[in-house]
Structure formats: C-alpha cells, structure tokens
Ligand binder design. Structure first.
Ligand SMILES: NC(=O)c1ccc[n+]([C@@H]2O[C@H](COP(=O)([O-])OP(=O)(O)OC[C@H]3O[C@@H](n4cnc5c(N)ncnc54)[C@H](O)[C@@H]3O)[C@@H](O)[C@H]2O)c1
Length: 247
C-alpha cells in the first residue's frame, strides 16, 4: 500500500538511500533537508525513476520550519503515514574542549529536532490508526564513543525517546523503532575521515566482524521493512544494522 513518507536529512547519505528504498516500495516521499538544492536534486532523481517525490526545506531544530515543511508535504500528497528522522550532525571534541554552543547545537538538531519532527507528524498517524516512525540514532548512543560526549548523549536520548514513544503509541497502530548505525559509508563519514577524526575505511572495516563498512542500502532496506505493513508487531526496538559491530 502506498503511504506518504517524510525522510529528514533525505538529501544525503543514509537519508537519501532510505528515500530510494521507500520510493521503490511505492511510497510518496517528502525529502526534507536543510540543504534545499540537494533535496530538490534527490526528489528530481526519484521522480525520474517514476516515483512521486517532493523536496521541502527545514532546519529540524526550528519547529515553525518543520511544521511548515510537513504541511507542504501534506498539501502535495496527503496525510503522513511514515516518518524517518535521519537529519543529524556529528563531531569529535575532547570533553574539556566541548563548548556549550556545540553541545546545544548537537542536542538541538539530533534530539530536539527528532522531537519536533515526530510531534509534528504523529497527529496524522493517530487519526489514521496507522503509522511508522523510524529514528536513525547511532551506536555511539548505545556504547558511548571517544570524544563524542555531545553526540553520544544526543543519540542515547533518541534511543530512549524512541522506546518511550513506542509504548505511548503501540495501541494506536503506530510503531516506533530506531536503527543505530555503527559506520556507514556516507558523506558525513568521509568528512570525518578527511579531518582525521576517523581512521581510513580499511581500518574501520577491521572493527566490524562482517569485515566491511555499512552502506546506505543496508540501512535503507531495514528501514523500508520497519515502515511496512508486515512490521506491525515490531515496536520499541533498537535494530542494529552494523555487521555485528555492536551486539
Ligand atoms: N554514516 C555513519 O556512519 C553514521 C553512523 C551512526 C549514525 N549515523 C547517523 O545517521 C544519520 C545520517 O547520517 P549520514 O551519515 O547519512 O550523514 P549525511 O551528512 O550524509 O546526511 C545528513 C543530512 O542531514 C541534513 N541535515 C543536517 N542538519 C540538519 C538540520 N538541522 N535540519 C535538516 N537537515 C539537516 C544534511 O544536510 C544532510 O543532507 C545521522 O543522524 C547520523 O548521526 C550515521
């Protein structure tokens, strides 16, 4: 069945792959991103492959902008049935050098941004008695990560928020799950490698029992399943798609 999906951070990396997988399953996709040019290109590429897609601009930390962007998707396609929150920022800073500004911005985008998007989208799902929410968290939120107190805290918050939302909405036909990637080859990961905060791909791959980095398709395929009718009894789960790196 075709649903209306919004993917935040849908213009790049994991979000972009998730858009492709949802579109391939017949869903109409709202590509939400801070970078509207990249979102428009992503939506145009999806349309060129026969999908229905629209690009909308928002900084997920800005509630008014999120509400406006989701209304644009509703105007184009109708009420929302699927929300995937992939928009995120990352960084590596030793704890004593971590400024309050970087802490606040990381929490504002990764954690509060997720809150804004879910709260803005979920009334449609409650109304329909059907909904799928998938948050993209991080292995850093499960295990902690060196020089990433801010990032790990934000993603740990996303995991706790996901579990709690799942409890609140389970009886309303809405599932809420999280995928916490370990390392997936995306522009974000490559930028961290270029700035030497992350080791090269071959070194990272040795940290993964499966012997390779994750891909957008690895995450996109699981996300599409979690957004399907068949996944209706899966909720409140932390679904690692990580080659065995975190068990
Ligand atoms: N790639 C990995 O190895 C990895 C590992 C763990 C977790 N993650 C998480 O996966 C998600 C996607 O990461 P990615 O690797 O695809 O990164 P990416 O940088 O390729 O894509 C992130 C997208 O989010 C958008 N974005 C950033 N801030 C935004 C904001 N305030 N409002 C709206 N859009 C915003 C960016 O413009 C970009 O298009 C992130 O939440 C990240 O923390 C990624």
């Amino acid at each position: 069945m075709s649903r209306v999906a919004v993917v935040t951070g849908g213009a790049s990396g994991l979000g972009l792959s998730i858009c492709e997988h949802l579109a391939r399953n017949g869903h109409r996709v709202g590509v939400l991103d801070l970078e509207i040019g990249a979102a428009e290109k992503a939506a145009a590429d999806l349309r060129a492959k026969g999908a229905e897609a629209v690009a909308v601009a928002a900084d997920v930390s800005d509630r008014e902008a999120v509400d406006k962007a989701l209304d644009e998707v509703r105007s184009a396609f109708g009420p929302l049935g699927i929300l995937v929150t992939s928009a995120g920022v990352s960084g590596f800073v030793p704890f004593q050098e971590l400024t309050a500004e970087v802490w606040a911005r990381t929490l504002a985008v990764n954690l509060t941004g997720t809150f804004h998007c879910v709260q803005s989208a979920i009334p449609d799902m409650v109304e329909a008695g059907w909904g799928r929410v998938v948050t993209i968290s991080s292995a850093a939120g499960q295990t902690g990560a060196l020089r990433q107190v801010h990032y790990s805290a934000s993603k740990g918050g996303v995991i706790a928020m996901t579990k709690t939302l799942a409890l609140e909405y389970a009886a309303k036909g809405i599932t809420v799950n999280t995928i916490p990637p370990f390392t997936a080859d995306t522009p974000l990961m490559r930028s961290m490698q270029e700035s030497k905060y992350l080791p090269p791909a071959e070194v990272l791959a040795r940290m993964v029992p499966a012997g390779r980095l994750g891909t957008g398709d690895d995450i996109g395929a699981m996300c599409a399943f979690l957004c399907s009718d068949e996944a209706g009894y899966v909720t409140g789960q932390v679904i690692g798609v990580n080659g065995g790196a975190v068990t």
